[in-house]
Design a protein around this ligand. Structure first.
Ligand code: NAD
Length: 397
């Protein structure tokens, strides 16, 4: 199979190393930034590894895999034609640009998906592909299957943990099982099909976890510089854990209301946060008894620190980090927009969005309505002209 991975960061390095270790896959990389593509090629050409020159290493707890992508390019026309599977391993704010860049070179029957999808990936695809009749099958994974960090750019990546099971939504839905089987084989983990993209959008765990923990860590920050970056997950205290639970409860309330209005809508995949943590990190949790203990005792999350930027005298929280600039406009705002359409109040989600938009210098929520000037930059359904529950589900039932 011919696979092209889009992106030049942690997730893309992980996929490039893992997939190119399969002898029967032809793996190419579309790294949209020219400097990243050039650096990746140069470093890889001279990478000395125990397995030989010019290979990428993916280190896991169980050992190291080696592979070599066939080609790395910043030119879509060089690496997209011929691809049967295209994987967007990028932050959601890059999806639209990358989808538009690769569109002219797609094969008619291509399978294309995002890991992770975040919220509203289907609405974005529909707009970029100009409706759904292009022969393209697209999918979104609920989350990235790996916690991973580049160790040496272009040559080595560390996989801190692998999720036990990951959900996938597929358009058209009739291809969901086939796509899930293909991805399970490729990634060596359980990829489970869910009924529709709406459940993937609502079940997106990053929208709760990342802005929720950022809020917990920093909403009382007094402006004094930090000496070192606080641990992100291991610092989840009782207050933050409670907030995360409330955010998850509000998502469940949205699901109940949607199902009361449309009983045949299957939202079973939208599980509460505590259940999701237990399911995703089954082998990694020292203590799974509460949301707080799931974060503090999770081996995949150990030692990961909050995003910070250097300021006079130390460090300050980085409010332009993807935990806010990706997970609020491409996660929490999609869910908040669904709540508005369903007529569900979400005071805790609103509190977190209100704080985050202030920190990011954005304007999304005004007097309880999604009508701020920056809505057009988000994946809130309102941005796509979606106003009804029928439009939200996009013909899946
Ligand atoms: P990253 O920051 O390492 O990589 C981002 C890459 O995306 C860049 O290197 C660049 O190649 C590309 N990119 C960024 N902005 C772009 C733009 N405007 N146009 C085109 N390309 C652009 O990110 P990552 O860690 O690889 O994460 C990828 C996705 O996976 C994100 O959605 C992230 O939230 C998610 N995720 C990552 C992890 C992890 O452990 N790394 C865990 C869970 C989820």
């Amino acid at each position: 199979m011919h696979v092209t991975i889009c992106g030049g960061g942690n997730a893309s390095h992980t996929l490039a190393a893992l997939l190119s270790s399969h002898p029967d896959l032809m793996v190419r990389v579309y790294a949209p930034f020219e400097d990243e593509a050039a650096r990746w090629r140069t470093n890889l050409a001279s990478a000395p590894t125990p397995a030989g020159q010019g290979l990428m290493a993916a280190r896991t707890r169980d050992g190291t895999l080696y592979g070599k992508p066939h080609e790395i390019s910043a030119q879509a026309e060089g690496v997209i034609p011929g691809a049967e599977l295209i994987l967007l391993a990028l932050p959601a704010f890059a999806h639209r640009q990358v989808l538009s860049d690769i569109l002219p070179y797609l094969e008619p029957e291509v399978l294309i998906g995002a890991l992770p999808a975040r919220g509203g990936f289907d609405w974005e695809c529909d707009q970029v592909f100009n409706g759904r009749g292009q022969g393209v099958t697209y999918f979104g994974l609920q989350t990235l299957p790996w916690a991973c960090r580049i160790e040496r750019f272009g040559t080595a990546v560390t996989i801190l943990g692998t999720k036990w099971e990951v959900d996938v939504a597929v358009w058209p839905p009739g291809k969901a099982v086939q796509v899930a089987v293909t991805l399970s084989d490729l990634f060596h983990l359980q990829v489970k099909p869910v009924s529709n993209f709406l459940s993937l959008t609502l079940a997106n765990p990053g929208q709760i976890i990342h802005p929720g923990i950022m809020y917990g860590l920093f909403h009382h920050w007094d402006g004094s510089p930090y000496k070192e970056a606080p641990l992100f997950y291991q610092n989840v205290d009782q207050h933050t854990a409670r907030l995360l639970g409330y955010l998850s409860d509000e998502v469940q309330a949205i699901c109940r209301e949607l199902q009361s209005q449309l009983p045949e809508l299957d939202l079973a995949a939208v599980i509460p946060l505590h259940e999701w943590l237990r399911r995703s990190y089954a082998d990694d949790l020292g203590d799974d008894s509460s949301i707080q203990s799931c974060f503090r005792s999770n081996r995949s999350y150990a030692d990961l620190r909050a995003p910070m930027r250097a300021v006079a005298g130390g460090l300050a929280p980085d409010y332009q980090a993807r935990y806010l600039v990706e997970d609020v406009p491409f996660g929490l705002l999609a869910t908040r927009g669904i709540a508005e359409i369903a007529g569900v109040e979400t005071p805790i989600i609103d509190e977190v969005i209100g704080w985050a938009q202030y920190c990011m210098g954005k304007d999304y929520l005004q007097a309880g309505k999604l009508c701020g000037r920056d809505i057009a930059e988000t994946r809130a359904p309102q941005r796509y002209g979606i106003k009804t529950i029928q439009q939200l589900i996009g013909g899946t039932i």
